[in-house]
Design a protein around this ligand. Structure first.
Ligand SMILES: NC(=O)c1ccc[n+]([C@@H]2O[C@H](COP(=O)([O-])OP(=O)(O)OC[C@H]3O[C@@H](n4cnc5c(N)ncnc54)[C@H](OP(=O)(O)O)[C@@H]3O)[C@@H](O)[C@H]2O)c1
Length: 288
């Protein structure tokens, strides 16, 4: 089965290294395929005629998006719309990745896929517009996996930022009143391959198990990182409130996603507690 993977970020890299032997992988970064370029998308997909497309490309700079809305829209709305049209024209299945930031974070129980959406910023608005573009494209075989707080040994993320800052600074303050589920890109990638194999349909959520605040996450990174020799010395990490750390984009206070529909549709999808997944990632960094 030929599969086109778009995007060479954290998830794109993990999709490449978890690709099943049965898949003929065509993995294109922005240099070879800009998903916002309609003509290029049409040409590349018509030429490759992939059985499936996985879209791991996105504009992910949440704060920058507030002042760079056109670029965010190009990557997150126009790109998915282009891929959906090309997939429909060539009979391809489309798996797209979206975000917890489509929700406003006012819930206090895990969000189900059909919970009301109300993004707080440009990133979430454009990601939601990308979901809508796919759902309304007329494409018959597609799925969207919403994920959250993604980390991987490959690429830039919160884990690597904390390791760097905790090594350099005597004290860090980290937000403790935003709650979510840190998610390992490797396990997300494995679920993507299962989704393609089973032609999963509709919108589902896919995160690691368990919840944390950014503060809890940072404390775990410090503890597990130090145990693996990735940190020396001691950095004092203190909890703060969202209002004590103003950012251009507002973020949901609670963005825990329910994985229940995914578990029902794909029972064999990996189910991993986030701390265990974090330990695996840090093992990988330590063994490099
Ligand atoms: N990271 C998170 O915490 C998080 C949380 C929730 C959901 N998600 C979603 O998960 C998915 C994967 O995220 P990730 O963490 O792997 O992101 P990432 O590491 O930022 O990678 C995104 C990749 O997309 C590429 N890209 C952007 N615009 C493109 C375009 N027009 N054409 C082709 N490639 C383009 C970027 O290339 P450039 O470097 O050239 O821009 C980058 O390589 C995304 O859909 C994201 O919205 C991520």
């Amino acid at each position: 089965m030929k599969v086109l993977v778009c995007g060479r970020g954290q998830l794109g890299a993990e999709l490449a290294r978890t690709c099943p032997d049965s898949v003929e992988l065509v993995h294109l970064g922005r240099d070879a395929l800009d998903i916002a370029d309609a003509g290029q998308v049409d040409r590349v997909v018509a030429e490759l005629k992939p059985a499936a497309i996985i879209n791991a490309a996105a504009y992910t700079a949440v704060d920058k998006a507030e002042t760079d809305a056109d670029a965010a829209r190009a990557g997150n709305e126009v790109g998915p719309a282009n891929l959906a049209r090309a997939a429909a024209n060539n009979g391809s299945y489309l798996l797209h990745i979206s975000t917890d930031f489509v929700f406003d974070g006012t819930a206090n129980t895990p969000y189900l896929p059909d919970a009301p959406v109300a993004p707080l910023g440009v990133y979430g608005q454009t990601k939601l517009a990308g979901e809508v573009a796919i759902a309304e494209s007329g494409l018959s075989h597609w799925a969207i996996l919403r994920t959250a707080w993604v980390f991987s040994a490959l690429g830039n993320n919160f884990v690597k930022t904390i390791l760097r800052l905790a090594a350099d600074r005597p004290k860090l303050t980290i937000i403790a009143d935003q709650i979510g589920s840190p998610t390992c890109a490797k396990h997300l990638a494995k679920t993507c391959w299962l989704a393609v194999n089973h032609q999963l349909q509709g919108i589902h959520h896919c995160t690691c198990d368990g919840v944390a605040s950014w503060y809890d996450f940072a404390m775990a990174i410090q503890e597990l990182g130090a145990a693996r020799g990735l940190l020396s010395g001691t950095c004092d990490i203190a909890p703060i409130r969202t209002e004590d750390y103003p950012t251009p984009a507002r973020r949901p206070h609670y963005s825990v996603l329910s994985n229940a529909s995914l578990r029902e549709q794909l029972p064999e999808a990996p189910s991993v507690y986030w701390r265990k997944a974090l330990a695996e990632m840090l093992d990988e960094l330590a063994n490099r």
